[in-house]
Each structure stands twice: as C-alpha cells, then as structure tokens.
Design a protein around this ligand. Structure first.
Ligand code: FAD
Length: 391
C-alpha cells in the first residue's frame, strides 16, 4: 500500500470535495488555499440536476436541506417593440435545481476539519518525483506528500507539471454577469421567473436571468453572452464594466424593456465581464499528481457544469482510492474515467457557444418545433439543423 499523505492545492469546490472523500478513504489530507476566510465571489447560481444533487446528499457532501430552487422550464424571449417582457418564442422543458455558489461551497467546506484546511497559504511551486511530490509555500517550510491534487482552478499552476502545453482557448466572446437581491426590484417578479429560467435571444448572443437562493433572501442572477467588436485577450481574467463598455448599448438595442431594466439594475461597478475560455488537457494525471475540477478541464459556462464536474472528479478519485492501494492504478483509472467526461463537456460548451453566440439562428422566425429540433441538434452534436447553411 502506497503512503496516504495527500496535499490538495486549492480549497474551493473541487478541493473541499476531494478533501472529504479522500479523508473518508483513509488518507491524511492537507488543503492549501491561498485566499483567507470565506470564498464568496466565485459565482452566483450553480445549477445541479436532481440526480447530481441526490448524489451529493447521499455521499454526505451537502446537507439535504441546502436551500435551492427547482427550475422546470426555460422561457425564450426576444425583443418585440415595447412589449415589456418581449415576444415569448419558446418554452423549453428544463430540469435543474439552482443553488447559491457560496452556500454550496460553505457546505462542502464545513465537512473539512479546520486542521486539514490551511487558508491564506499560497503554494509557490511543486517538485514532482516518482514516489511523491514536494510542495513549496510562501512563508512556510516545504512539505512532502505521497499524492498532490491540483484543485487550483482554471489558471492552475499544477497543470504545467501534468501537461505543460495545455493553454486556454478563447471562445471569442465575453460573459457579463451581475446580481442583486430580489427585494430591490420595484415590483413582484413576473410569473415567468418562478421555477423558470429566462433566456433573452438576440443576434450575436443571448442573456439568461434566474432567481437564486441567497443568504439574505433570494437574488436575481443574470449573465449576458456577447461577441464584442474587439476580441479580448485570453489571458485577461476579469475586466470592470468601465474597461469594456457596451452593455448599455446591448440592453437598449436588443432587450425587451423589462429585462433591460432587470439587468441594468446591477451597479456598473458590481458588474463583471470576462472572456469565455475553455481548456483541455492531454492527461489528468502524471507521476503522483491528479488534476481535478477546472484545473483538469474548463468547459464554457453555458454547460453549467463546473461545480458538478469538480465534485464528480473528487468522488471518482475517492472511490478509486478505496478500491486500490497503489496510486499508479488509482491515477490511471481516474484519468480513464474522468478525462472523457471533461472532453465531452468542452465539446458541448463549444456547440452551445456556436449555436447561441457566434452563429445565432434567426430566432424571431423560428417556430417552437424549429427551436426543439435546433436544441436537440446542438445537444447531440449533429449539424445545426437548418441553420448551419449561410443565408
Ligand atoms: C469568476 C468565476 C465565476 C464563476 N461563476 C460561476 C457561476 O456563476 N456558476 C457556476 O456554476 N460556476 C461558476 N464558475 C465556475 C465554478 O466556480 C467552478 O467551476 C467551480 O468552483 C469548481 O472549480 P474548482 O474548485 O475546480 O476551481 P475554483 O473554484 O476556481 O477554485 C480554485 C481554488 O484554488 C485556489 N488556488 C489557486 N492557485 C493556488 C495556489 N497557488 N495556492 C493555493 N491556492 C490556490 C484559488 O484561490 C481557488 O480558491 C465561476 C468561476 C469563476 C472563476
């Protein structure tokens, strides 16, 4: 049996889930998280399928009463003169359960004993060898582990030790995001936001609006995907709204009045915009290193998969450790089990991006049957129905 000391770099969704499942598999775990205190600002709403939520509850990774909103439909709107909500184009059957990112993380974090979780500690480098990995930290002595888990997100530095040439690929468009308490809306939310997510379709992009649970009450969460006139460099993580003007023009040009108002209520200094990227690696493992979550594969946010994939990566690693005493077998089977799932999500994100941002169809002339066939073709990877032919 190989040694059981595991160092986990990154204490977000992937890192906390990995810490719990590996500790339950008998490992002695240390998490290194460079941020001090509570992680809150990583996102707004996280959609899980009912199946994924049940799996997390069954595995005792989250509480059965973790607040969440079920979503049963996705309503597609487009601007139609002054009609407040716009024209309802299609009601898509949809099944998801929306969680608050910070609450989900806090639930996972609560299961990691404080002694196993060192926050405010940045890992400055790793030295891999065949029998383990030495981890260097800022301001502390180096430590040796039998396995290192790279759960350090999409800008992972651990990834370079596994796949030195893996690089982010820019999608060529951006995601604007914001949110605020539902109580700040001047009127009660329309019925269409109850148990539904709303998509606003426009040429060259779309927006989504939903209600998410929040600590002080429910919140509006919105995101707008759009291809800016000037592409952003892929090495930029975040910009402020002032760095990339253009959201107001999009709202006034393409949004039905009500949805323009909902999006426009987030103060501009609280609105973020970032380039949409994806990342694929040629392997999830090398020597005694395993990559998890966004460090392993980053799929575009349309897939709504980041948190679930991170937890499922962790569950797979924990299950394999319970089955095998040697890390070589665990890592080989982990790569074989999880890398194809990551690749499939990257491919799905690219198809959705092409269909809903870079090659949008003539939404306004599509019937519900057209929508249905179009979405099926996007999801299945078949050609884009009638809309892949230049008009
Ligand atoms: C800005 C942003 C917004 C997002 N919004 C949403 C959203 O609204 N909905 C949604 O479903 N998903 C969202 N995601 C994706 C989602 O957060 C991730 O997919 C999910 O958290 C799983 O990620 P992870 O744990 O693999 O990585 P992350 O959550 O990125 O965590 C990586 C962790 O590693 C730490 N770290 C990095 N380097 C070091 C180091 N050298 N030493 C120590 N610690 C280190 C970081 O501080 C971070 O806490 C967002 C991601 C980002 C970056």
């Amino acid at each position: 049996m190989d040694g059981n000391r595991v160092g986990i770099i990154g204490g977000s969704i992937a890192g906390c889930a990995a810490a719990t499942v590996l500790r339950r598999a008998g490992c002695e775990v240390t998490v290194f998280e460079r941020s001090a205190g509570v992680l809150r600002d990583r996102g707004h709403g996280v959609s899980l399928s009912g199946e994924a939520r049940a799996e997390l509850v069954d595995e005792d990774l989250i509480d059965a009463d973790l607040p969440a909103w079920p979503i049963t439909e996705r309503s597609w709107f487009a601007r139609d003169g002054d009609t407040p909500l716009g024209r309802l184009l299609w009601q898509q059957p949809f099944s998801g359960i929306v969680h608050n990112w910070g609450m989900l993380w806090a639930n996972l974090r609560d299961r990691v004993p404080g002694t196993d979780y060192r926050d405010g500690v940045r890992v400055s480098g790793i030295e891999p060898a065949d029998d383990g990995v030495t981890v260097h930290m800022d301001g502390a002595a180096a430590e040796h582990f039998d396995l290192v888990v790279g759960a350090d997100g999409y800008r992972s530095s651990v990834r370079a030790a596994v796949d030195p040439v893996a690089e982010p690929t820019s999608a060529g468009y951006v995601l604007w995001r914001g949110g605020y308490p539902v109580a700040e809306l001047p009127q009660p939310v329309p019925d269409v936001l109850h148990q539904q997510t709303v998509t606003i379709a426009f040429p060259g992009g779309h927006a989504l609006v939903m209600i998410t649970p929040g600590e002080g009450g429910s919140r509006i969460y919105w995101g707008v995907y759009h291809q800016p006139a000037e592409p952003l460099p892929s090495d930029v993580d975040h910009l402020s709204a002032a760095d990339l003007p253009g959201l107001d023009a999009l709202l006034s040009q393409h949004f039905p009045p009500y949805w323009a108002d909902v999006v426009g209520r987030t103060p501009r200094d609280a609105t973020v915009v970032h380039p949409v990227l994806d990342i694929q690696t040629s392997s999830y493992t090398a020597q005694r290193i395993a990559l998890l979550g966004d460090a392993a594969t980053l799929a575009r946010p349309h897939t709504g998969s980041g948190a679930v994939k991170a937890v499922q990566d962790a569950l797979a690693l924990g299950r394999l450790r319970r089955e095998h005493g040697d890390w070589a077998t665990v890592l080989a089977e982990y790569d074989a089990a999880r890398r194809p799932a990551g690749t499939a999500l990257v491919d799905l994100g690219r198809r959705i991006g092409e269909a809903q941002v870079t090659g949008t169809p003539p939404w306004m002339s599509m019937s519900p049957d057209d929508f249905s066939a179009w979405i099926q073709s996007v999801l299945s990877g078949r050609r884009l129905y009638l809309y892949d032919t230049p008009r």
